[in-house]
Design a protein around this ligand. Structure first.
Ligand SMILES: Cc1ncc(COP(=O)(O)O)c(C=O)c1O
Length: 385
C-alpha cells in the first residue's frame, strides 16, 4: 500500500493532461512563433491554454503570461515591478514573514540592491492583519506581495482587503496563488490584485509550467529578455506541451472545483478529528478557517517530525514536514517559527496535504497506523502520554 498525502509539494497528472501533452509532443511540435501551419498549430495550443487559465481565474487571456512555474512568476512580479517603478522613487516593498522562498529570497536580493523591505508579522492564527499592512505602507511603497494561501498550513489571507489598502496608498499588489488556484475559487477582479502567480504542477498539471496574471496596464518590466514572445513580456520559446497540459488541468480543475473542495474538506476534517481525538499531545497549527480544503499541519508533542515522516514512509504513507525545499535538511519551518511557536513545536509538526485520488479508506489506514508509530517514537525520546 502506497498513499500519497503530499499534494502541496506536487500532484499527479490528470489522465487527460497526459493525453493532451502526448498529442502536442508528437503532433504539434511546431514553434508557436512560426507563421506556417506547424507553427500556427502550436500557437493554437497556447491560445487555448491562455483562454482556459483566464477563465479559471477571471482574467482576460491577454493578461496571462506563461512562465516556467510559480518561482519564475514570483520573481517576475517582484523584480519586474521593482525595475519598472525604480525611476518613480518608490523604493519600498512589503511582504509577510510566511511567504514562500520564491518571494522571500527574491526580496533579499532586492534588499541587497537598495530596496527597503518590510515583512509583516503573523500570529499563531497564521493570518495577516490588514492594520499591520496599513501601518507598514508608506508613500514610497512600490509593491505589496502577500500569498493567497500558505503552502505549509493552508491559511487563506484576506487578499481583497489587503489589496484595497495597498492601492489606497498607490502601491501595486501581487499575490502568490500557487496553493489556491483550482483548490478554491480564485477571481482576480474580486481579489482586486494587479499580479497573481500560479503553477501547473499544484493542480494536476505538469512541472515547469506556470503563469503570471498581469492586470492590463500594470507597470512591469520583463526579466527574461530576447525575442518578442508573450508580447515581449517573457522571452523564450514557450514550453508548448507543458502549457497545453496546464490549460487542460485548468479546464478539469474548474469543472470539479466546488465538488472536489467539499470532498477534500470532509476527508481533511475526518483526518484531523481522528488524530486529535485519538492521540493526546497533538494540535493543529494555524487557524482552522479560512483554509484551503486539502491541508492540515499537526504538531505531535515529543516526536521529531523528520523521524515521523520516515516512519510513516516505511508504512507506505508520504507526508511532509513543510515546504518541499526544506525537506532533506533539519531546518525548522520558517512559517511555524514566524507564527511564534516555540522551537520544539516547529520541529514536531507535519503537513498532510490531500488531493485527487485520496479516499476515506486511505485516511482510515493512516489513522490506524499512526498511534503505534507515534507511541514508538515517543518511547524512544522518553515522552510518556
Ligand atoms: C506558495 C508557493 N509559491 C511558489 C511555489 C513555487 O512553485 P514552482 O514549484 O512551480 O516553482 C510553491 C511550490 O512549492 C508554493 O507552494
Amino acid at each position: 500500500m502506497r498513499i500519497y498525502f503530499d499534494h502541496n509539494a506536487t500532484t499527479p497528472l490528470e489522465r487527460s493532461v497526459v493525453e493532451v501533452m502526448t498529442t502536442v509532443l508528437t503532433e504539434n511540435f511546431g514553434n508557436p512563433s512560426s507563421v506556417h501551419y506547424f507553427g500556427q498549430q502550436a500557437k493554437g495550443r497556447l491560445d487555448d491554454a491562455r483562454i482556459a487559465l483566464g477563465a479559471l481565474i477571471g482574467a482576460e487571456p491577454s493578461e496571462i503570461v506563461f512562465t516556467s512555474g510559480g518561482t519564475e512568476a514570483d520573481n517576475f512580479a517582484l523584480r519586474g515591478v521593482a525595475e519598472a517603478l525604480e525611476p518613480t522613487g518608490r523604493r519600498h516593498l512589503i511582504a509577510t514573514t510566511i511567504e514562500h522562498e520564491a518571494v522571500l529570497v527574491t526580496l533579499k536580493a532586492l534588499a541587497r540592491r537598495g530596496w527597503r523591505v518590510t515583512l509583516l508579522p503573523v500570529d499563531q492564527t497564521g493570518i495577516v492583519k490588514p492594520d499591520a499592512l496599513s501601518e507598514a505602507l508608506s508613500d514610497d511603497t512600490a509593491l505589496v506581495s502577500v500569498m493567497h494561501a500558505n503552502n505549509e498550513i493552508g491559511t487563506i489571507q484576506p487578499i481583497a482587503e489587503l489589496a484595497a489598502r495597498a492601492h489606497a496608498r498607490g502601491a501595486l499588489f501581487h499575490t502568490d496563488a500557487v496553493q489556491t488556484v483550482a483548490k478554491v475559487p480564485v477571481d482576480v477582479r474580486s481579489l482586486g490584485v494587479d499580479l497573481l502567480s500560479l503553477s501547473a504542477h499544484k493542480f494536476n498539471g505538469p512541472k515547469g509550467a506556470g503563469a503570471l496574471y498581469i492586470k492590463r496596464g500594470t507597470r512591469i518590466t520583463a526579466i527574461l529578455t530576447g525575442g518578442k514572445h508573450e508580447r515581449t513580456r517573457r522571452a523564450g520559446t514557450e514550453n508548448v506541451a507543458a502549457i497545453a497540459g496546464m490549460g487542460e488541468a485548468a479546464k478539469v480543475g474548474a469543472g470539479k472545483l466546488t465538488q472536489e473542495g467539499r470532498r477534500l474538506a470532509a476527508l481533511r476534517d475526518r483526518l484531523e478529528q481522528g488524530i486529535l481525538g485519538g492521540l493526546p499531545g497533538t494540535a493543529v497549527n494555524g487557524s482552522l478557517a479560512p483554509r484551503v480544503p486539502n491541508t492540515t499541519n499537526v504538531s505531535f508533542e515529543g516526536v521529531e517530525a523528520e523521524s515521523l515522516l520516515i516512519a510513516l514512509d516505511l508504512e507506505g504513507i508520504a507526508v511532509s514536514t513543510g515546504s518541499a525545499c526544506s525537506s532533506g535538511t533539519l531546518e525548522p519551518s520558517h512559517v511555524l517559527r514566524a507564527m511564534g511557536f516555540p522551537a520544539h513545536r516547529t520541529q514536531n509538526s507535519i503537513r498532510v496535504s490531500l488531493g485527487q485520488g485520496n479516499t476515506e479508506e486511505q485516511v482510515d489506514y493512516f489513522l490506524g497506523k499512526l498511534p503505534a508509530v507515534v507511541q514508538k517514537l515517543r518511547s524512544l525520546t522518553g515522552v510518556r502520554r
